[in-house]
Write a protein that binds this ligand. Structure first.
Ligand SMILES: Nc1ncnc2c1ncn2[C@@H]1O[C@H](COP(=O)(O)OP(=O)(O)OP(=O)(O)O)[C@@H](O)[C@H]1O
Length: 433
């Protein structure tokens, strides 16, 4: 773990030992001084984040990772060093870092190192590239980099390695199934099966035989024994999509399965043992359904161990360009097609009730009309976009803007001529958020 010869400041003996210990760790790690300067980087860091001709020893971490001129917290982001200093304990955060491959989601953990008097002499930063989502256009998987998307992704990163049930809450088309797949793929069960069960439109009897399977002769037409989806999902993950649609009578059986881990095939007497991780999703207001007696409270508590709210597309309009680029390059979907700035602005001004699915469909349709390979407003064949908000008047305060502005946070940021991140920071500072 060499330091840069152009920056010969010698490390203390204590830090030198630490640096040599970290050199062969499998995960990328850097050692930082309390003033954000990178003192050393291990081999894995040099391989993954080093690039060529980019000496980073002696540089500030916020410059290398974010190209900021100021520490992250002063640029409106969570700074793990500040937090670790305040807590005198490790802190972990999801950031988007510049890397030789372009922007990437990175899980950053910072640990303070204390001297014998209890003063923090350095920090060790461990970085793990997040594989479940892309911060740049990608031909498949989850794509996003807006604050609202990053919050959901950070939650996914936290919960995926555990066995906790996950409840994905979001409108139709917000990516609940993609998130469920990402939870599975980021878990220790990734090598096992992922079984998707669409709970909507299944009658009570069908639901039971689909889930638990049936014995030969259990009912008319059951000519053979059939394993259920719970059995198929052994050692893997079950994704119960639209769990709000499970009939009340089946909810009690589902609860028993989750609580005891046992079930019986329809027409069977043998008690079978299930071993799966549960991920459920719904666009329905489950809490209100519980209050109305339409969803069992005990089942709700069981599945709601770790809720993740997936933001609607209108809350992540910053991601529309990235998503459009991604869909336009998806294999098989379209020819090489791009989108012009006016058409993009058009897309960013829409409300998107069908969320990302609707965006993808619109782009697929529009690309068929883009004879010269460029999608323009005329090709979108859309209902007129909502009028773009006018520019902010000089002197308009945040409180003024908030009181009369009916659009989304990202529209408000555009209206005020500031980034969404800055808007969130100001809202927080002003006690609005
Ligand atoms: N973050 C994302 N990045 C890229 N594509 C996405 C993202 N989220 C969703 N999609 C795409 O949008 C479409 C809808 O996603 P998905 O089926 O996961 O949504 P859903 O919330 O499960 O919808 P529904 O509730 O209607 O079943 C899919 O084509 C999916 O690939």
């Amino acid at each position: 773990m060499p330091t840069d010869p152009s920056n010969p400041a010698p490390l203390s003996a204590q830090l030198q030992s630490l640096v040599s210990f970290l050199e062969h760790e499998a995960q990328p790690m850097i050692v930082l001084d309390p003033d954000y300067s990178i003192l050393a980087a291990n081999g894995a860091y040099r391989r993954q984040f080093g690039g060529t001709g980019k000496p980073f020893i002696g540089q500030k971490c916020y410059r290398v990772s974010h190209r900021y001129e100021l520490p992250c917290d002063q640029a409106g982001e969570h700074c793990p060093m500040k937090k670790a200093r305040e807590l005198r304990a490790p802190d972990r955060v999801l950031h988007i870092h510049h890397t030789p491959r372009g922007p990437e989601h990175v899980d950053v953990e910072l640990r303070p190192i204390f001297d014998q008097h209890g003063a923090i002499t350095a920090y060790v930063e461990r970085l793990s590239t997040v594989r479940s989502a892309s911060a740049q256009p990608s031909g498949d998987g989850l794509v996003g980099r807006s604050p609202a998307f990053n919050d959901a992704l950070a939650a996914l990163q936290r919960v995926a390695p555990s066995m906790l049930p996950v409840l994905l809450l979001g409108e139709s088309g917000t990516g609940k199934e993609l998130f469920a797949r990402a939870v599975h793929a980021s878990s220790a069960r990734a090598g096992g099966p992922l079984v998707v069960v669409d709970c909507s439109g299944l009658s009570e009897s069908l639901f039971e035989s689909e889930l638990f399977g049936h014995e030969k002769g259990a009912f008319t037409g059951a000519a053979l024994r059939k394993p259920g989806l719970v059995e198929t999902a052994q050692d893997g993950t079950i994704f119960l999509d639209e769990i709000g649609d499970v009939p009340l009578a089946m909810q009690v059986k589902l609860l028993r399965l989750i609580e005891t881990g046992t079930y019986r095939r329809v027409g069977g007497v043998e008690t079978l043992h299930a071993n799966f991780r549960l991920v459920a999703a719904t666009h329905k207001p489950l809490e209100a359904m519980v209050a109305r007696g339409e969803f069992r409270q005990d089942l709700y508590y069981r599945i709601n161990a770790f809720p993740i709210r997936l933001p609607p597309l209108r809350e992540r309009a910053d991601d529309i360009a990235l998503l459009a680029d991604s869909f336009l390059r998806r294999p098989g979907a379209m020819r090489a097609v791009s989108i012009d700035a006016q058409a993009l602005a058009h897309l960013q001004g829409r409300a998107w009730p069908g969320n990302i699915r609707e965006l993808r469909n619109v782009l697929e349709r529009a690309s068929l009309f883009a004879d010269d390979g460029v999608i323009r407003s005329a090709h979108l064949a859309l209902a007129p976009a909502r009028p773009a908000p006018g520019p902010a008047s000089p002197g308009e305060t945040l409180a003024d803007a908030l009181s009369h502005f009916a659009g989304t946070r990202s529209e408000l940021a555009a209206h005020l001529g500031i980034s969404e991140r800055t808007l969130y920071r100001r809202l927080k500072q002003g006690g609005f958020g």
